[in-house]
Design a binder for this molecule. Structure first.
Ligand code: GUN
Length: 308
């Protein structure tokens, strides 16, 4: 029997989007234009194409303008920089999103540094990361910001708790640590060289997992009753691995239809130990998009002179 609370992302995303819709209506009532997001997708990674499509679809459902630019994988860093420069100078664009990962051969740091920090609605430009570190964020990085919304809107206490983050990426692990620390958690960041990872993770009241390895976090990593947030989205196409992870509970119909199953970084058996956990899919994913739209509204308000 699974007694843990399941923390679904959809209701929190819907609450965030409702706030964004209201903000867009307020702009319209003041005679101002809708916020606009420009998304750059380089190459033909199918998962990235799906993410960009769902971001632009969600924009139109929420009253934001959006435009997706699909560039071939042969695009050079210089060509991409030129496109970013045009968007930086386009007064009608409030937010610029460069979908990651970029194809090999492109310099991700150079590309991300080129985005105007005032339009960096992903919250990953060094200037915006610096503001997050100082506790006065302009744009909160989308996935960590969404996780904070999920915790707070589900009334999961952060203040004074032990938070352990597995994964030290620029886009999740590092900003997540700052956001939790500013909310008075005691934060530990773990990574591939951490000794006794299960032991360190077991100290967590809040365990955040963002390592990109299917079902790696098993019940031995989890203190009974802990809140476990799973950021992983892994496609498992190997039948034997699906069997190892899910045993008799595997959804073979879905596996046959798609050729893979989507699995988080957290093993399904953790549901038997945790006090609360996010499902994959349907947990953290929707929140990232919600925060992206909230940041785009925030950018538009700042740029139109009606917000700070
Ligand atoms: N790829 C995976 N997550 C993200 C994200 O939050 N932003 C961007 N731009 N790319 C991603």
């Amino acid at each position: 029997m699974c007694a843990a609370r399941i923390l679904y992302g959809k209701p929190v995303q819907e609450a965030i989007l409702e706030e964004v819709r209201q903000g867009v209506e307020e702009l319209a009532a003041a005679g101002l234009r809708a916020p606009k997001l420009a998304a750059l997708l380089v190459g033909d990674d199918p998962a990235s194409a799906i993410y960009v499509r769902s971001k632009t679809r969600m924009c139109s459902e929420t009253g934001l303008d959006s435009e997706a630019f699909q560039l071939p994988s042969s695009t050079s860093t210089e060509e991409l920089l030129k496109r970013i420069d045009e968007l930086n100078h386009d007064a009608g664009v409030d937010g610029i999103l460069v979908q990651l990962p970029l194809p090999e051969g492109l310099d991700t740091d150079v590309v991300l540094d080129a985005v105007d920090p005032a339009k960096d609605v992903d919250g990953i430009h060094p200037e915006n990361v610096g503001l997050i570190v100082q506790g006065r964020p302009r744009f909160v990085t989308c996935t960590p910001g969404g996780i904070i919304e999920l915790l707070e809107r589900n009334e999961i206490e952060i203040h004074g708790k032990n938070a352990v983050i597995i994964g030290r990426s620029e886009i999740v692990g590092k900003p997540m640590a700052m956001l939790l620390m500013h909310r008075h958690a005691t934060v530990t960041i773990c990574h591939s060289r951490t000794q006794d990872l299960p032991g360190v993770a077991r100290a967590a009241d809040i365990l955040i997992v963002a390592i990109g390895r299917d079902a790696m976090v098993t019940p031995e990593f989890v203190k009974p009753g802990a809140c476990v947030i799973d950021v992983g989205i892994n496609r498992v196409a190997d039948r034997q691995r699906v069997e190892e992870i899910f045993g008799a509970d595997a959804d073979w119909q879905k596996f046959e239809d798609r050729g893979y199953l989507v699995v988080g970084d957290v093993h399904p058996a953790v549901a038997e130990v945790a006090g609360a956990f996010t499902p994959v899919p349907g947990g953290v994913g929707p929140l990232t998009i919600g925060m992206l739209l909230a940041n785009t509204l925030r950018s538009a308000r700042r740029r139109l002179g009606v917000g700070s």
